[in-house]
Ligand binder design. Structure first.
Ligand code: EPU
Length: 340
């Protein structure tokens, strides 16, 4: 099969912020072989490329001149299943939440805390998705990639992906250089619930659940997310727009001296994570808007498209929020999504 090159493709439906932009050229890739066809293609081979997954961690502020590679590689299968663990292979184009649900329904447990995170499986390692006491790094075994210059395929073990807090090699050295075609997840047995996160604990306690099942944890996470985070189908957004700043003890101490109420969490390596949501709220941004872009009232870390916003409008709001936080706390918040 040859590649179909679509031209002037509207991207509004392909990014969860729902902002308008268009791709001059777009190619849908359904297999790793398709990626190699792009690399060998006389016209596309040399052109700059932009890899698009679920568009859930992306803010488009302009049209894309690079060739957009829309990853539609599907498939979920169990590769290994023994007394100690299950290994699941997932095509990069699968919706992440569908994978979590599929695993739960088939009795493969250990992804519940990552329920309802928008985006695709292939995008999950890029920012090392994480929520409610778990991150992808806890479950990722390996990632299949195709090099966009040589067309060579490789399997990167998780240890080579340099997964950090919303960070990986795919955001750094490999950015724009390779396409993720599949990921493998290792689910250890026996299943042990991860319920340390305060919101999850509270949800279970309120229901007098002392010995939670995987379904209980899944239900808790879904309920908490529904209450706090806007549904992109209703209100365009890309999840948390900013990362929580991680600072050393000295800086944390200085900030707390000026503002004793700042919410901070000690990390195992001696640094401190500051609650960016708290800082944004403290600057008075909760529920406020600028043009058609707004700061979500239930979770101020999330910027939303109130209807018809442009990417530029969202970016202008993001900058205004960054400026306020910097003036008051001396820290510049770092955006989480890729801004194009
Ligand atoms: N907070 C406020 N006001 C608010 C909301 C939160 O002050 O309106 C403070 C509270 O002190 C709260 C703290 O922020 O204790 C943490 O809030 P939350 O549990 O919602 O977590 P978060 O740090 O704001 C992170 C992730 C989310 C993830 C949750 C749960 C980042 C950038 N975000 O948010 O991930 O769902 O933890 O684990 O780390 C995403 O990355 O897109 C995302 C949604």
């Amino acid at each position: 099969m040859t590649l179909q090159i679509e031209t002037d493709v509207p991207l509004r439906a392909l990014n969860t912020f729902g902002v308008p932009a268009s791709a001059r050229r777009l190619v849908r890739l359904r297999s790793a072989r398709d990626v190699r066809l792009v690399v060998d293609h006389p016209e596309l081979g040399r052109a700059p490329k932009f890899v698009l997954g679920g568009g859930s961690n992306l803010l488009l502020t302009r049209d894309i001149d690079a060739v957009v590679l829309k990853i539609d590689i599907m498939g979920v299968r169990v590769c290994e299943d023994d007394a100690r663990s299950t290994l699941i292979e997932v095509g990069a184009g699968e919706r992440w939440h569908d994978v979590v649900e599929w695993a739960l329904q088939h009795g493969y447990f250990g992804l519940e805390n990552l329920a309802m995170i928008p985006g695709t499986a292939g995008a999950a390692p890029v920012q090392n998705i994480g929520a409610y006491g778990m991150e992808l790094a806890d479950r990722l075994e390996s990632v299949d990639v195709v090099d966009l210059v040589t067309g060579r395929t490789a399997t990167l073990p998780a240890a080579h992906c340099r997964l950090g807090y919303r960070d990986s090699v795919f955001k750094r050295e490999l950015a724009g250089k390779s396409v993720i075609t599949a990921i493998r997840l290792r689910l250890p047995k026996p299943w042990v619930p991860v319920t340390g996160y305060a919101d999850v604990q509270r949800w279970l306690q309120q229901r007098h659940i002392t010995d939670p099942t995987p379904r209980d944890v899944f239900d808790a996470v879904c309920a908490i997310r529904r209450a706090k985070l806007p549904d992109p189908a209703v209100l365009g957004n890309a999840g948390s727009f900013f990362k929580n700043p991680v600072v050393n003890r000295t800086i944390c101490h200085e900030i707390l001296q000026d503002d004793p109420d700042v919410v901070s969490y000690p990390l195992p390596d001696g640094t401190f994570k500051l609650a960016a949501a708290w800082m944004i709220a403290a600057c008075g941004w909760k529920g406020r808007s600028m043009g058609r872009a707004g700061v979500y009232a239930q979770q101020p870390l999330v910027l939303v498209n109130l209807g018809g916003a442009s990417g530029q409008e969202v970016l202008a709001l993001a900058r205004a929020v960054q400026d306020s936080v910097q003036r008051r706390f001396g820290l510049r918040l770092e955006p989480e999504p890729v801004i194009v």
